[in-house]
Design a protein. Structure first.
Ligand code: FEO
Length: 362
């Protein structure tokens, strides 16, 4: 649900609001829904990213008297991103209310979930929170409300992993801020409405504050099967020690699924051959992604093979400055792994298992 139009009765008239807009490719659908509206009084802009704001200029063209209600920071961003003129805005402060007669909208700043200007709207009389990106899910469904929490949990976790995970510390503050309101329903801009808000709040608390799990995310790419042999060996060695695995062949993997598993993995292992003196580009991509998503894993290692040399470990290690991980001794084999390499993989599995036990990962 990218937008909602709310008829609001006041003493004088019916007022119409747009809560955000839609991505420009969906503009036709939105504008056709507005066809019968004689006026739009306000467009509430929670977030300047174009999947929410991109059609605001077209709404303003159709309803030139409409005011865009947003934060001062979002105003400046929208002026730059969409060239919306300054006089079209009415800015609101954190906590400010907009009374529309018998309905009241309260605007609550929720910075960095996931842009700095983000805010949400609380419809006080109905106790509905319009959360925009915050608490949303990557799911397209004709069901307006969450009916299958298990299905939505996975979709929301994927959304959290891909969009929100880098902002874990501010998420906690924003959840605490929202806890001060009596919220009976959450209507995010992505995914269905939560009639049981505690479901998604509890999930977020677990993803943000919960301990990592006794689980390794092992991403790999192999060209001539040397790295693959090492991966297979390490998988078995970890399983023998009771460590759970999430294995991703980067040549075919769904990056979204990889992101989900990063939410609570205790360790990350990257398996890569050496190509042009460095990691395979797919392994470099995985490292870049992990660095950008900033998962809470505490340990990382690198395994792989090389033909004549290179700086695979140095290059990969230099790509993950955002990760607060202890790097466990990498294992690199020249060509097919031999006895010494398997011993080193056995030791790597032992070290990971011990460190997970020390941390109390379950
Ligand atoms: Fe940050 Fe749904 O866009």
């Amino acid at each position: 649900m990218e937008q909602a139009i709310i008829p609001i009765s006041s003493k004088e008239a019916i007022r119409l609001l747009c809560l955000d807009s839609v991505d420009p490719p969906m503009a036709k659908e939105l504008l056709s829904q507005l066809e019968s509206a004689s006026n739009i009084d306000y467009v509430i802009s929670h977030h300047a990213e174009q999947d929410h704001s991109g059609t605001i200029p077209q709404i303003l063209s159709k309803f030139p008297n409409a005011k865009v209600i947003t934060s001062p920071k979002a105003k400046e961003t929208l002026k730059d991103l969409l060239r919306i003129p300054g006089e079209s805005f009415k800015t609101v402060e954190d906590g400010e209310c907009l009374s529309l007669g018998d309905k009241t909208l309260r605007f609550i700043y929720t910075p960095w979930v996931h842009w700095p200007e983000a805010m949400v709207t609380y419809l006080q009389e109905e106790k509905i929170l319009f959360g925009c990106d915050f608490l949303g899910s990557q799911i397209a469904t004709t069901e307006l409300y969450v009916t299958d929490e298990g299905r939505v949990y996975e979709a929301a976790k994927r959304y959290f992993a891909e969009i929100m995970m880098p902002f874990r510390s501010v998420i906690t503050k924003n959840i605490e801020k929202l806890e001060g309101y009596d919220i009976q329903m959450i209507a995010p801009s992505h995914g269905p409405i939560y009639p049981r808000p505690s479901f998604i709040f509890e999930a977020y608390r677990e993803w943000v504050l919960g301990s990592s799990k006794n689980r390794v995310v092992l991403t790999y790419v192999s060209m001539h099967k040397s790295t693959k042999q090492m991966v297979d060996y390490l998988v078995e060695a970890l399983v023998d020690r009771g460590v759970h695995l999430e294995l991703f062949n980067l040549a075919v993997t769904d990056i979204g699924k990889l992101a989900i598993t990063l939410v609570d993995a205790g360790s990350i292992v990257v398996g890569t051959p050496t190509v042009l003196a460095g990691p395979h580009p797919l392994a470099a991509y995985a490292a870049f992604l992990a660095n950008a998503l900033r998962p809470k894993a505490l340990f990382l290692s690198i395994i792989g093979s090389y033909g004549w040399g290179g700086k695979t470990v140095e290059v990969l290690a230099g790509m993950i400055p955002n990760l607060k991980v202890e790097v466990i001794e990498p294992v690199l084999s020249r060509g097919l792994p031999g006895e010494e390499d398997f011993k080193a993989l056995e030791q790597l599995a032992e070290t990971i298992s011990s460190k997970h036990t020390e941390q109390g990962f379950k």
